[in-house]
Design a protein around this ligand. Structure first.
Ligand code: SF4
Length: 278
């Protein structure tokens, strides 16, 4: 996304919305953007955002950026797929040792501050349960939280085995069109964080203000479809079952680790590192 388009997005959000959570992520790697630090500083100066964060692969999370990240970011989530070579064999091009060191440096530089909250996401993909357990055991000692997410394919299908899990209350409809607006690099607006290629575009900020797009006919149609389950046959939503993995959270504590089952993932937090996360 160009700098000018980014500023337009942020300015429009600031003039038309409040209490927003801004995530610098809809696929891709934010730290590759040459003006990423300018972007987080610009966004931090706006009152409409109560929270700002981003997902990263951690490769460019170097000391050069850390101070600015600590001062301007509320949360950061790093994606890994396992310990050592398990990770590097799945995430081709990633260097586990380098990412692990970057994360530890960031935690150390943050010190006793409660932000940014630093977490890692691992996907239950090809790893064995044992590998995932070892991963959780190790990383809950070093970061604030570890998330173990179910694998979702490009058609937004979550693995069926997930649905045999915990006895928790499931969502009755997809909440994305009611709570989420994703702005792609070219200004197209989508209603789902999984719509990386703009299949369900609801408008473009180049043609229509964001506050009008949020209330336009396309967005309203997606909300109606979500509530009724009457999706168009070929749409992304018609094939999706990911939203069904959104559950009312339940939690329990095992061996000093608070395990929270909340949707498509399990969240692990070692209690002595936890302050308060709402
Ligand atoms: S139904 Fe699935 S694809 Fe559609 S908005 Fe919800 S999560 Fe996204």
């Amino acid at each position: 996304m160009s700098w000018n388009l980014f500023k337009k997005v942020v300015d429009e959000l600031d003039s038309g919305f409040e209490n927003l959570s801004l995530s610098f992520y809809i696929g891709g790697e934010s730290l590759l953007h040459p003006r990423f630090i300018d972007m987080i500083k610009y966004a931090r100066g706006k009152s409409c955002f109560c929270e700002i964060g981003f997902n990263t692969n951690g490769m460019l999370l170097t000391k050069e950026y850390m101070q600015d990240i600590i001062e301007n970011i509320d949360w950061i989530k790093c994606s890994l797929e396992g310990l050592g070579e398990v990770n590097d064999s799945i995430r081709v091009g990633c260097d586990y040792l380098k990412v692990a060191q970057n994360l530890k440096d960031l935690v150390s530089l943050r010190g006793s501050k409660d932000k940014p909250r630093i977490s890692i996401n691992v996907t239950e993909y090809t790893q064995s349960k044992e590998d995932v357990s070892k991963f959780v055991e190790y990383w809950t000692k070093h970061v604030d939280a570890v998330y173990v997410s179910v694998f979702v394919d490009e058609k937004m299908r979550a693995s069926e085995k997930f649905f045999d899990n915990e006895p928790v209350i499931r969502q009755e409809f997809c909440i994305f069109p009611f709570t989420y607006m994703g702005i792609l690099w070219n200004g197209d607006v989508v209603a789902c964080c999984g719509d990386l290629n703009g299949v369900n575009v609801t408008g473009s900020i180049l043609n229509e203000p964001l506050k009008d797009i949020w209330r336009n006919k396309r967005f309203k149609t997606l909300r109606y479809q979500s509530l009724t389950g009457k999706y168009l046959a070929q749409s992304l939503c018609s094939q999706c079952n990911m939203w069904k993995t959104g559950f009312k959270p339940s939690s329990r504590i095992i061996d000093g680790v608070n395990i929270k089952f909340s949707g498509q993932r399990k969240e692990y937090r070692r209690l002595q590192l936890t302050t308060c996360y709402c």
